[in-house]
Design a protein around this ligand. Structure first.
Ligand code: OXD
Length: 310
């Protein structure tokens, strides 16, 4: 079985190649750069593949995304048609996202940016905020990561809402389904967490019109994809004060260009796409298990649906 591995960093690619070689003895696993016989490649394990690379493997049977999202694979205009895609999800990824969302929601809920500013000014300024049950938080996207985030927020006591394309039931979470319910979901929402997949329908969804429907002074956390956000609309909403703070983990261009206004904005926290990074040890085990299952049965539990985009 020849497996071609590609990540934008050469160092990381080698790390993953070694990890998978250890987990799949007898399989021929190499970096895309080191593949001699392109016709022998049946499996590609990739993160942000270079456009056109996957099309050079005429007998490709499956593509594995090193991550929960598959948008980075679907973005390849020369992506070979009808090659199934496997996502990489799993408990670690979900746990990391729970932690990131809890951290940033609590930070906005307790107004930590303002509290830190008071400390910088040596100002003994006690900020009193409502208790969590009186704070409405909303999670957009209720896939594995979004559902886990919503569950965690509900567990912390927040009045938690969730919005998704199709009906979902999550204990302790008031769920809304479909475009027709978006306004009701947004109305009164004070902290919004975006965990939607990036599809044609969700690109640019975090825009002026949506921000305007949130409660005045709301906070926005984007830990899905940069393509969900209209950057200038967020800057305008922050300027007007309708949005108070934002935490952004994902960007249109990554790494975020050093001259981008988000870096220096006093009301924006930038994190470098770390909300829920896969580590090679756990991710390697998941990918090896999925590849084995796919090789033996033609499927695995984490098959993505390319037509849906996730
Ligand atoms: C993912 C990500 O898709 O880290 O898993 O963004």
């Amino acid at each position: 079985m020849t497996v071609a591995v590609y990540l934008p960093s050469e160092e990381k690619t080698h790390w993953w190649v070694e990890m998978l070689q250890g987990l799949l003895p007898g399989w021929d696993i190499a970096s895309i750069e080191d593949i001699k016989d392109r016709a022998a490649v049946k499996h590609a394990v990739v993160w942000r593949p270079r456009p056109g690379d996957l099309a050079t493997f005429p007998h490709l049977e499956v593509i594995v995304s090193i991550g929960a999202g598959i948008d980075h694979v679907l973005a390849d205009p020369e992506l070979p048609a009808d090659v199934p895609i496997i996502r990489t999800v799993g408990d670690d990824l979900t746990q990391r996202m729970r932690e990131y969302v809890a951290l940033h929601v609590l930070r906005h809920h307790r107004d930590m940016p303002r509290q830190l500013q008071a400390q910088a000014e040596k100002d003994w300024h006690a900020i009193v905020v409502p208790v969590a049950p009186n704070r409405t938080v909303g999670v957009m996207g209720l896939g594995n990561l979004g559902a886990a985030a919503a569950e965690t927020l509900s567990g912390l006591g927040f009045a938690t809402r969730g919005w998704s394309k199709s009906e979902k039931t999550i204990q302790g979470v008031e769920t809304y389904a479909g475009a027709g319910t978006l306004d009701a979901f947004l109305s009164g929402c004070e902290i919004l967490v975006n965990l939607l997949p990036l599809t044609d329908a969700t690109t640019g969804i975090l825009k002026a019109d949506l921000f305007g429907k949130l409660a005045p002074g709301a906070c926005v956390i984007n830990c899905a994809r940069g393509g969900h956000l209209v950057d200038d609309d967020l800057l305008a909403a922050l300027k007007s004060g309708h949005i108070k703070q934002a935490t952004l983990d994902v960007f249109h261009i990554e790494p975020l260009p050093t001259d981008h206004p988000f870096w220096d904005h006093p009301a924006i926290t930038v994190t470098p796409h770390v909300a829920s990074q896969i580590d090679a040890a756990t991710g390697g085990r998941l990918i090896a298990a999925n590849l084995k299952s796919f090789a033996e049965t033609g499927t695995c539990p984490d098959m993505a649906d390319a037509a849906r985009g996730y």
